[in-house]
Design a protein around this ligand. Sequence first.
Ligand SMILES: Nc1ncnc2c1ncn2[C@@H]1O[C@H](COP(=O)(O)OP(=O)(O)OP(=O)(O)O)[C@@H](O)[C@H]1O
Length: 472
Amino acid sequence: MIKQFLNDPTLLLNAVGEGIYGFDLSGNAVFINPAAERMTGWQAAELLGKKIHQYHHHSHADGRPYPADECQIYCTMFDGKHRHVKDEVFWRKDGSNFPVEYTSTPVYKNDQLIGAVAIFRDVSKQHQTEHALRQALTQVKDLSEQLKDENNYLIAQLNEDWQDSGLVGHSHIFQNMLEQIKLVAQTTSTVLILGENGTGKELVARNLHRLSERSNQSFIKVNCAAFTPSLLESELFGHEKGAFTGANERRKGRFELADKGTLFLDEIGELPPEAQSKLLRVLQEHEFERVGSSHTIKVDIRIVAATNRDLWQMVQQGAFRMDLYYRLNVFPIKVPALKERKEDIPLLCTNLIAQLNKRLGKQLKGLSKKAISQLQAYDWPGNIRELQNVLEREAILSKQPILHLSQPLSMPPNTAFNISLTLDEAQKSHIVSVLELSNWKISGAHGAATKLGLHESTLRSKMRKLGIERDS
Ligand SMILES: Nc1ncnc2c1ncn2[C@@H]1O[C@H](COP(=O)(O)OP(=O)(O)OP(=O)(O)O)[C@@H](O)[C@H]1O
């Protein structure tokens, strides 16, 4: 048996799965095995004695000619050096090509170079697998990016001390508003919610979403006053990696996250001009581009916007685009100020005290009659948010189950004169009070900076210095 193979070594060469070519020193084929025939479609009889390079190594993969004197196999025949080559192609008889990986080894007889042997493999399958792997990796990366975006957003939402309260009030004016919410919730029309700070605009927006057909999809909120103009654009529309300094990764904007759901644009009056034009385009054409990208993204979102500003006056002053105003003002809902529905105060208090009991672990029963009359005699510039704060303060101070008012309503406790405070403490206390009254809005005409007569950046640096954060 062994003898049989020794007598005819080509039996072994014919059995291997790799293609084998033998060359003499002139580059002519002297041996071709069946695997090479199968891969190239050229029969041995057609190529033996011929320069193989001209048949299936004549061009590179991109079609550029591959001169014979650069051919790595021929080079071995000149310098007698072994070579391992990747990223080349061989051409088939039918004119197609396939990627190959090959070795070119010199053949010596009595120390004399007499030719070379090339052993090659078709690596198309390997390339396909690599390509599929690369695609799968990109998909995984995209998905994990999306999950990260959504997760960040959800965490931010959870941290957002959103209280589990419904819209409470039985006054005529409030019931009218509830009726409007129910009607417009069924449609996809853009809604503009108007009302003073702390009246419950956000609560209205969330209820609109809850009652709509989109309730199973996301409700995404953006406070347009909380970002600088350039950050706001990237927050709304997202950005590509490297779109600006600090954009280390690609990030989806709130418009993309809200696709199929509702996007709540709070403080819409603070939207800078550039973002106003982009928003107009989304409202008209449902499309936009991420910052730093030319790729157009289509979305299906319902816009609900809110403001405490007189948008029409802003239009007349040139601070808000008129076309955007009309696009937003399709269905305006006016949330009444608390002073317009004082008859709702007792019911609101019952509701808010129940929430406080849960949150503070108290067992308060309600308010004294005198306290209710005091609350109804007051004008509530800070609306329900101010009412919440007053009740929370009294709930903390109270040792009895029935609450009384321990301080006059017209003087916010934080600004009360307190001689024991250092200058820094007094500043901190005053800044926090003004921030609370401004719903922690820093910039804009109604922001804390304007109220304090400071530049926005001065206020931010003072806040940093005094350690003022929203939860403090
Ligand atoms: N009808 C209501 N019944 C009970 N609680 C309410 C009602 N309306 C608002 N609230 C509560 O009052 C607080 C302020 O409401 P919300 O944040 O919706 O006001 P807003 O008008 O959006 O305020 P801003 O303009 O300052 O952002 C919230 O804690 C909310 O739960």
